[in-house]
Structures are given as C-alpha cells and as structure tokens.
Design a protein around this ligand. Structure first.
Ligand code: TRP
Length: 470
C-alpha cells in the first residue's frame, strides 16, 4: 500500500484528515503529466480535427485557444484548488465544504463511471487496429468493410476491450507513484514525439499543403455562435472538466506546488496535442476526400478507423509503419485517459466505502468489465436498442448522457457552489498558498457570472440539437 490513497474511514470528509497518509504525486511534474494524460485522449485525436475542419480551420483553432486559456483554465484552477483545499476526492470535497451540496459531488462522481466503460470499448478498437497493422499490414486494414465486420463480430470486440481494460487496470493497481506516474512519464513524451513525427510525415505527402493551409488559415466568415458552442463543449471534454478527475488529482498535490503554473501547463499540453492531431488528420482527410469533402469529413469512428487507414495505404511502402506508429500514439492517448478514469472511479469507491485501495480497484474493475460488455452488446446482440434514434447505439447514448447533459450540469452547479455558496475567497486563498494570483478579480467574475451563463447555453444547445429542435 505504499502508494495507495489511504483514506480509510475518513471518506465522508467530515473528520480530520491529518493523520492519514494520502497518496501523493512525487512533485509538480507528476501532477502536470497526470493532468495532461487525462486531458490528452481520443477527444484530441479525433474530435478536435473534425471540429476544426468543419468550422473553418484556423478560425476554430483561434476560438478554442482563447476559450481554453480564459474559461477552461479558470475551471481547471477551480477544480484542482478545490481538491487540494479539502484533500478529498470529489464527493468528500463538496460535502466537507457544505453537506447540502454533496449531491453535486455525487453527480460529478457518476460521470467517470459512465465514461470509463465505453471509453475502453474504443480503446479496444484501437488495440485491435494496432494488432492488425502489425500482423496483417496496411492493405488488410484499409480493405473495404474491415471496420464494420470487426465491430459487429461479437467475440473479437469483447476480447480487445477486456485486454485494453486489463492493461489500464494493471497500471492503476501499481499505485499512483509507481503505476500512473511511471506510465505517464513514458507514454506522454513518446506520444508527443510520435505526433510531431506523423504530422511532419503527412505534411510531406503530395497534396497535403492545401489541407494544411485550410487548417491553419482562419476563415473569418466561418465564425458563428455554433462554432463557439462546439469549441466550448470540446474544451470541457478535452480538459476532463466537471468529471471529478481534476478535483481528485488536485487532492494529491502538495501545498507548495504552484497551481497556476500547473494548470497552464496542462492546458498548453492539451492544446498542443490537439493542434498536432489536426495537422496530421486534416491534410490526410483532404488527400483522401478532396477539397470539397475534406472540410465536412465525418466525425469519430469512420474518420479514424476507415478514412485514415485508406490514406495510409496510399502512402505505399511506409504505410504499415505509419499505421503502426499512428495507432501506438492513439493507444497511448486512450490508455492514459482510461487510466485516469479508472483511478478516479477507484478513489471514489475508496472514499465512499473506506475499503482498501486494492479492494476498491477490484470492484471498479468488475463494474467496468460488466458495464463495458453491456454497452458493447449495443453493437451486436442488443443492436436493436437505438436509444437516440435510428442508427444510434448504446455507446452514443452514454456519451451523450455524460458529456452533453451531466457535464454541463455539474459545471454549472460547481460554479454556483464556489461563486455563491462557499465564496471564491476560499479557492483564491488556496491558490495563493503556493503562487501569486494577480488575476483573482477576473477569475471571480468568470466563475460567478460568465461561466454559468456559457454553461447553460451549452446545455440548452446540446439538448436542442440532439432532439432536432434546432
Ligand atoms: N479528456 C479526454 C479526451 O480528450 C476524455 C475524457 C473526458 C476523460 N473526461 C475524462 C479522460 C475524464 C479522463 C478522465 O479524450
């Protein structure tokens, strides 16, 4: 139990926590890497490029940049400071400050439990693609119908999902310092190097420059409220906000480490990887689909699992190598995020039950595997369930529920809680315990007034577009 989160019976957050050894990062670097590891994930690699292509390239990047470094960073700071201030994970943190607001913590805590199972399903797809590139080569993966025949084949999808889950559970089992930190220390720098390498390689291909120009040069006529709302939603997802993760991670951070610098680094790392994945994917999609369709490329699965393998195949001799490098990169991004998610679930169970870390992880693992199998069944035996209308699967439903509904609600309640109930001073003092915070004034305005309004707009928009009201 060297590195375990030894909360013991203090999980309710009401009794003192001083005599308990809580697990901790070895330093600021461990914290920054962990925050970046949770932030950098599938959202950066497929959602960001798709949105950027749809909303006029540079214009979207610019808007996203501005939002991330004002709004995003404010909330990131709020969550990490809340965690460090209370030294508790998300449920305990809220109830310690005001027991009537415990429900917000419970709501936030529910989100990782919903996301983890389906995130691991996609992690399984990535694992499968990597194995196929290694075993069968680029031609096989690019063949017509490869993706569909894979995801509708029950046995294989379950196997790869479980392999991916066990990998991530294994890392969490090794503890915060020996498992998560070490894994991040290896995977995150490699991820960055590979992203730069693949981006350079793609840009050297004939025809890539046009795509890159589209991606980089802002088209101001594309600016619209819809663009801003999508950039906001993407920012929440990408920075893993309003999901109880950053509160938990903040609670493992030492009082002397600067919060302001740490959150700026996390947001910077996340933005850098998003930017680089756009630089590989947008030009690649332009090469595959041509100028007209490149800007409207389809989102998510078909982009990564159908279009890109086709582009890679067109690269001749290097195809298999580039496919392997690309999917190793995606696997690292997905795995580090899944590890964060499993860690968050485990620490929530542990704080709630007072069990040991090992036992809590065991329960978490059992839950994730069972729930993952259930959601995965939405692609085969339960394919007749179409929760959000024709053609949608269980995975789409849980993605919608967690990201489009629960996350904005949690974000809104969090801002109200800090801005109006416990008052911003508690958080500002926590930030000032370790660094200067000259922007405390604008930050307060953000949390009290601006953020709540923006979040309500996102929530209304998500629900309206999902149900065809807009
Ligand atoms: N930020 C991750 C991504 O960009 C996805 C994600 C959302 C996540 N919420 C999370 C990861 C919570 C870890 C923990 O793909």
């Amino acid at each position: 139990m060297k590195a375990g989160v030894q909360m013991g019976h203090n999980g309710n957050g009401k009794s003192g926590t001083h005599h308990i050894t809580r697990s901790a990062w070895s330093g600021k670097m461990g914290f920054i890497l962990a925050g970046a590891a949770s932030a950098v994930g599938l959202g950066n690699l497929w959602r960001f490029p798709t949105l950027a292509a749809k909303y006029g390239g540079g214009m979207f990047i610019f808007t996203y940049f501005v939002l991330a470094f004002t709004f995003g960073i404010s909330l990131l700071l709020l969550e990490t400071a809340l965690g460090r201030h209370t030294k508790l994970s998300v449920i305990g943190a809220y109830s310690k400050l005001n027991s009537r607001w415990k429900f917000v913590g419970v709501l936030a805590a529910a989100v990782p439990f919903i996301i983890t199972p389906y995130y691991c399903i996609i992690g399984g797809w990535v694992t499968k693609y990597l194995c196929s590139y290694v075993a069968e080569g680029a031609d096989a993966v690019a063949a017509e119908g490869f993706f569909t025949s894979f995801i509708t084949d029950p046995a294989f999808t379950y196997v790869f999902m479980i392999v991916f889950m066990l990998l991530c559970i294994g890392v969490v089992a090794l503890g915060v310092k020996n498992g998560i930190e070490k894994a991040n220390m290896i995977m995150m720098p490699l991820l960055l190097v590979m992203a730069i390498g693949v981006a350079i390689f793609v840009l050297m291909q004939p025809g890539a420059v046009e795509g890159a120009a589209y991606y980089l040069i802002p088209d101001f006529s594309k600016f619209s409220p819809e663009l801003v709302i999508n950039a906001l939603g993407q920012m929440f997802y990408s920075l893993s906000l309003a999901m109880g993760i950053m509160v938990t991670y903040g609670s493992y951070l030492d009082k002397k480490e600067s919060l302001t610098q740490s959150v700026a680094s996390i947001a910077g790392f996340d933005l850098l990887v998003s930017f680089l994945s756009g630089l590989m994917i947008v030009p690649a999609a332009f090469m595959a689909l041509g100028l007209a369709e490149g800007g409207t490329m389809s989102a998510g699965p078909s982009l990564m699992f159908v279009t890109l393998p086709m582009v890679f195949e067109g690269m001749g001799g290097a195809a298999t190598v580039i496919g392997i490098v690309f999917f190793v990169l995606v696997l690292f991004a997905a795995a580090t995020s899944a590890i964060s998610l499993i860690e968050a679930c485990t620490s929530i169970i542990q704080d709630g039950t007072g069990w040991s870390r090992g036992k809590s992880l065991g329960l978490c693992a059992a839950f994730v595997i069972v729930a993952g199998c259930f959601i995965n069944a939405g692609y085969n035996v339960l394919i007749w369930i179409e929760p959000l209308g024709p053609g949608t699967q269980l995975l789409d439903f849980f993605d919608f529920l967690s990201n489009s509904v629960m996350m904005p609600i949690v974000a809104l309640l969090t801002c109200i809680f800090v801005g109006w109930i416990i008052k911003p001073k508690a958080i500002i003092d926590e930030v000032r315990a370790s660094s200067k915070f000259s922007l405390a004034g604008p930050w307060t305005a953000m949390v009290k007034y601006i953020a709540p309004v923006l979040v309500v707009v996102i929530l209304g928009w998500n629900i309206a577009t999902q149900f065809g009201l807009l």
